[in-house]
Design a protein around this ligand. Structure first.
Ligand code: ZN
Length: 362
């Protein structure tokens, strides 16, 4: 007998999809509200000055947290939000956690959820299958699509001390319910819509180009890429039908959650050292990987031109040697994706000189 161990894959429990579906949120929450247990609402700080919270069924003693998404979520930040929520809960348990935002807000909700029911700090759970106890019931309502956080089993965090960007990978990290309402994407600024939206294209082509494959992942990834192409090669990526397509592409991409390749490791380096957001960092990474991904490089360029989006040049000029080494370190540490893309000898291709030259071209 072969000694294969089969993974028992978990999916998001319930998904409501369609324009206007957010109006049914109250009914979705109702069965999970306890008698005196508050819900905790996580909003991207963008919604502080927006009427969305006013339109939602937030009860009197619910807890509202605005997540600062200026930078990518950090382990320290998660510890801070967890303390804040614990203090406001004042001994009560949370009935439901809800997230309104993009990957940063959703990942914050997912990670705080794990820490509400597990002891210790966020950094203790960066890795695979480290979370022991289930989190409170979680409902994800993306207002920005592309990262696939809504359907993935990870919450990605930057650990500044360890110079490491790594997720809390666990079945307990996943949302229990999603409400995918494309109307929630209306207010996203164009550039952000592009950079975040194209993340699902990146994940999926990286997994399809790699050597660690599986039929389900391939099937989901192929469809997510197909939808991404329809959106970003169209005349207006933000047209109503395209907002819905991108939401579905992101959802499928998160479900696929295949192994990534070279784009994501370089992107992680940029996020760690230059505090760059994930989506735009991916685009910078692919912009210097034309030798490794020629077809996708050309396609991204075509999409950017079509949508009138431009990457400013020279972002890694004039850094210190120490910073280039830090960029390299935070990229090359991702052995599994790099092996997936380039084989076990990836270090002979991606030397310090080779990678530094790529960063300098960005
Ligand atoms: Zn990504």
């Amino acid at each position: 007998m072969a000694e294969t161990s089969y993974r028992n894959a978990k999916n998001v429990g319930h998904v409501m999809i369609g324009q206007g579906s957010i109006s049914q949120l109250e009914g979705v929450i109702a069965p999970h509200r306890g008698n005196s247990e508050p819900a905790v609402w996580f909003f991207d700080h963008f919604f502080k000055h927006n009427d969305l919270p006013d339109r939602l069924p937030i009860a009197g003693d619910d807890i509202v947290v605005f997540v600062d998404t200026t930078e990518e979520p950090t382990t320290d930040g998660i510890d801070m939000y967890t303390d804040q929520v614990r203090k406001e809960l004042d001994g009560r348990t949370a009935s439901v956690l809800l997230a309104f935002g993009g990957g940063a807000t959703m990942d914050t909700c997912k990670c705080v959820g794990n820490l509400l029911t597990n002891p210790g700090k966020a950094e203790d759970y960066q890795g695979w299958e480290l979370v022991k106890n289930p989190a409170p019931y979680k409902i994800g309502c993306p207002t920005l699509s592309g990262t696939g956080s809504e359907s993935s089993r990870t919450g990605v965090l930057c650990n500044e001390v360890k110079n490491l960007k790594l997720g809390m990978n666990s079945d307990f990290t996943m949302f229990d319910q999603l409400v995918l309402d494309p109307d929630l994407l209306v207010t996203v600024p164009r550039e952000q819509f592009f950079y975040t939206g194209i993340d699902t294209y990146m994940h999926c082509f990286e997994s399809l180009s790699g050597s660690y494959r599986n039929v389900v992942v391939d099937a989901l990834a192929e469809k997510a890429i197909d939808l991404s192409r329809q959106v970003f090669l169209s005349e207006d990526m933000m047209a109503p039908e395209n907002r819905e397509k991108l939401m579905i592409a992101s959802y499928l991409g998160g479900l696929a959650a295949g192994f990534v390749g070279v784009v994501h490791p370089l992107s992680a380096g940029l996020s760690m050292v230059l505090h760059m957001h994930h989506g735009i960092a991916n685009c910078y990474a692919l912009s210097v990987l034309e030798d490794i991904y020629p077809k996708q490089y050309a396609e991204m360029m075509e999409m950017m031109e079509k949508q009138g989006v431009q990457l400013e040049k020279g972002i890694c000029q004039n850094l210190t040697d120490a910073q280039y080494e830090q960029l390299y370190g935070a990229s090359i540490v991702h052995e599994k994706p790099l092996t997936n893309a380039l084989g076990p000898d990836f270090r002979s291709i991606l030397t310090l000189e080779n990678v530094t030259a790529r960063f300098k071209r960005m």
